[in-house]
Design a protein around this ligand. Structure first.
Ligand code: PGA
Length: 261
């Protein structure tokens, strides 16, 4: 995988927004897989600026959701469908009709998961999947020891993830749902380009395990090592435990400009 160390979160946002812009120039109806959480916000901000300036045309782009809480009404402000409408679709001027996501309110959860897998396949698959990483190494909501070949399904959140996410629920961990549906690791690995953004010192251990540890279900993000086109973008703090940081800096500094990420 390629590791790009950027000075800060805003630099990561600009770099990834440029990769999305490049993709949309050659494939205007690309399927963009998006993530929630705090980390991807600089990417969405940088993309929205490009949309406003006319540099990027998102009118035919499609958006695919990575994961969703089970049991939150779709119009709850913290359902990921609501978060993505607010943080991605509206700023990028993309209509809800171009949105693909699992139904976290369905009574038949396995049926909703299977329907989402079918919808992703019918859309032609995800072109670029943006990922965050949990402090426990999760991608999507694939918690440690998720099968590396898993498909979209229900998962139970770890207490660590629920406590990490309590800040979105007024700091009250009891309000964070126990269950989620998430694209599986096998589903995520089918996207044509994976771009994982990690910022802050709190992610340094998870980044080191992802990039330099073994491929192992205990660190779900380590599955990126199996993907032919995976890019890990980190700020200095999240890269602080990478032994090969000097090599990653050297190789990116000497990369031909036309290549992109
Ligand atoms: P964060 O979440 O960006 O809010 O840290 C990342 C994740 O849990 O995937």
């Amino acid at each position: 995988m390629e590791v790009v160390i950027v000075p800060d979160a805003a630099g990561g946002g600009e770099l990834i927004a440029e990769a999305v812009a490049r993709l949309l120039r050659h494939k205007p109806d690309a399927v963009l897989g998006v993530a929630t959480g705090s980390t991807p916000l600089p990417v969405y901000r940088a993309l929205a600026a490009r949309v406003r300036s006319g540099e990027v045309d998102t009118s035919r782009a499609r958006i695919a959701q990575l994961d969703e809480y089970v049991g939150l009404p779709a119009d709850h402000p913290e359902s990921y469908r609501s978060v993505l409408r607010r943080e991605v679709l509206e700023p990028l001027a993309i209509p809800m009709s171009a949105f693909l996501g699992p139904d976290g309110t369905a009574e038949d959860v396995p049926g909703a998961c299977a329907a989402y897998e079918r919808a992703l396949a019918a859309a032609g698959g995800v072109d670029l999947q943006l990922l965050g990483i949990g402090t426990d190494g999760h991608i999507g909501f694939n918690e440690p020891c998720s099968s590396l070949t898993s498909r979209t399904r229900i998962k139970t959140l770890t207490e660590q993830t629920r406590s990490d996410n309590a800040r979105f629920f007024g700091g009250d961990v009891a309000q964070v749902p126990q269950h989620v549906v998430t694209q599986g690791i096998g589903t995520i690995l089918e996207a044509r380009h994976l771009v994982l953004l990690a910022t802050g010192e709190g992610k340094a251990d998870a980044v080191a395990a992802t990039v330099e540890g073994p491929v192992a279900a205990i660190c779900p993000a380590s599955a990126l090592q199996l993907h032919p086109h995976a890019t890990v973008v980190t700020d200095e703090a999240a890269a602080s435990k990478l032994k090969l940081a000097p090599y990653f800096r050297h190789s990116y500094a000497n990369k031909p400009g036309w290549q992109g990420i």
